[in-house]
Design a protein around this ligand. Sequence first.
Ligand code: ASP
Ligand code: MG
Length: 421
Amino acid sequence: MDGFRHVFKFGGASVKDAAGIRNMVKLLKDFQHTQLIIVVSAMAKTTNALEQVLKYWMDGSEERWKEWKDIKHFHLAIVDELFTESAERKRVCDSLEGIWEEMDSILRSKPTQFSKEYDRLVSYGELLSTRIIVHFLQNENLDVIWKDCRQLIVTDSTHRNARIQWEATEAKVKESFDEKSWYITQGFIGANAKGHTTTLGREGSDYTAAALCYVLEYDSVTIWKDVPGIKNGDPKVFKDTVLLHQLSYEEAIELAYYGASVIHPKTIQPLQRKSIPLYVKSFLEPTNRGTVIGSRLELTPHIDCFIRKDKQWWLRVSTRDLAFIAEDQLSLIYKIFYDLGIRINLSTHSAVSSSFCFNGEPQLKLELFDRLELLFDLELIQNVQLYTIRHSREGSREKIEGYLRVLHEQKTKDTFQLVVV
Ligand code: ASP
Ligand code: MG
């Protein structure tokens, strides 16, 4: 053993098929002398598929069975490819039997509350992936133990966006791991004090990895991705993006806050508290250095960073009698957004009106309007885009193109923002 202890997180893209899982094993074999905890997401787009099953089930549609069968076939095809020996394959299939039975009985029952059922059903993606992968790692002579994360990560009962209860989690995690073998567990899922399954929010596996590393005080977290690291903009949206070699926790939090989908926004905080570095690397080129996030790391290269948030709504709220919008009214407005769980991404205020840019939530529009219309005049523009440029400099703004009209722009010391349609 080399004395190092790391947490590795593999996302859905890294384990999207049998070849991906084989590649993961190859990568892990280079770390045989290091203590590892391996956190894995659901394979490929399984979480999206499970959300679809949930939708059908909540709607009472029989379509749920077909959608669920597709998920089953997808996983069983991967098992077939990974395990060529029939006794071995049977052992893996037997170990999945319990999961299929539980899912079957859930889908036969009558659904209750949406968020609660979401967590109960959608969490099976990670249980399936880790079950299959642990067998394969063991088959490849890696000494790995499977852990059920619902017995490790204790959360409150905010279904679909659960908050970790640190003290209880620390107690459970510390008694569950030693350094005699590696461990594999699920990202994204936990359980409340009653043992009901919860989830940490979409893409929450990064956060699980950070939480385990924080509690156990391991040396680092590495997120293995299908991209070379964190870039100064999403290459699917912006031209000529470059790889960031290093950045500070603060910079990473800012980027995540404005909508960069590189890492789950909650991931950074626990790491920062214990100065644990976070690496983002490519599982295709694991020896490349990728990006490191850590304390007091100067953004390198020091360059402008671009973020676009889609599906935003722009709402102008004004008083009916040209009265000033004062603190009492603002606090009311914010409370309404808060109550509905709508995230405001930018706001701006003048004497008699305020405007808000927020994540558009069509299902909540009626309620939002009902409550605000009692007090104010409203003017809504749907489907706007919010651009944020960090470290904007001459010429940065010109890189944003392809819009019709600017609704608002604002600049603070480090950040330039543009709301456009
Ligand atoms: N499987 C979950 C999702 O797709 C969690 C994750 O991938 O981090 O959102
Ligand atoms: Mg994912």
